[in-house]
Design a protein around this ligand. Structure first.
Ligand SMILES: O=C(O)CCC(=O)C(=O)O
Ligand SMILES: [Fe+2]
Length: 208
């Protein structure tokens, strides 16, 4: 195969770019909460995953839990409203989400939090993004996932069955309405062989 042909094949299959947001599908969860899903929004997700592993200044954190200090079971990075993101396609994603949801959200997505789940032992426990305004107001948290799929679970705070979505390889999920205060979400640990995943969470100012 000629170098030229290899180059063009590489471009087609691996170019890191976003598709149109047209295929977003909403699921109403109840209690004012909903999720929007767009599988494979980002093309070339494996290439972006590899870049982020290398380029992001990942932090390992320790947190106090009662009388013990424990490792947070994932690596973290945070980009504030004015910061340029670690890959130009993430600036594009933030702008595309802000434009798509402008009327419904009434404000742009500003910050980006990144989580790196190195294997099935990494996880995030049940929680709502409720440190900021999400505790009181309807808002949105948009999550782009690259790398191997992991299950995101959602469950209603007042009890009832949970909802499961496997997210990786460029999938987009948007949690909206009252989702952060009437529902909780988690990435549970997995005992199955699980490849690494990175999630990029876009949030409006003051939502954490
Ligand atoms: O990795 C994910 O998809 C979820 C992360 C999350 O819920 C959070 O960081 O608040
Ligand atoms: Fe969260």
């Amino acid at each position: 195969m000629s170098t030229h042909l290899q180059g063009s094949l590489f471009d087609q299959s691996d170019a890191v770019r976003l598709g149109p947001p047209a295929g977003l599908r909403r699921t109403v969860l109840g209690d004012g909460a909903w999720i929007d899903l767009l599988p494979g929004w980002l093309h070339g997700a494996d290439a972006l995953f590899a870049d982020l592993v290398d380029d992001v200044p990942w932090r390992a954190e320790r947190r106090r839990m009662y009388e013990r200090t424990v490792d947070v079971p994932r690596l973290l990075a945070f980009y504030g409203a004015g910061d340029s993101l670690p890959h130009p396609v993430l600036d594009e994603a933030r702008a595309a989400l802000s434009s798509h949801y402008a009327d419904e959200l009434g404000e742009p997505f500003t910050t980006a939090g990144l989580c790196y789940y190195r294997d099935g032992r990494d996880s995030v426990a049940w929680h709502g993004d409720r440190i900021g305004r999400g505790a009181r107001e309807d808002t949105m948290v948009a999550i782009l996932s690259v790398g191997a799929p992991r299950d995101l679970l959602l469950r209603p705070l007042r009890g009832g069955p949970s909802v499961r979505r496997a997210l990786g390889h460029g999938d987009l999920i948007v949690m909206g309405g009252s989702c952060q205060r009437t529902w909780e979400h988690a990435i549970p640990k997995s005992t199955r062989a699980t490849g690494p995943r990175i999630s990029i969470q876009f949030r409006p100012h003051g939502v954490q």
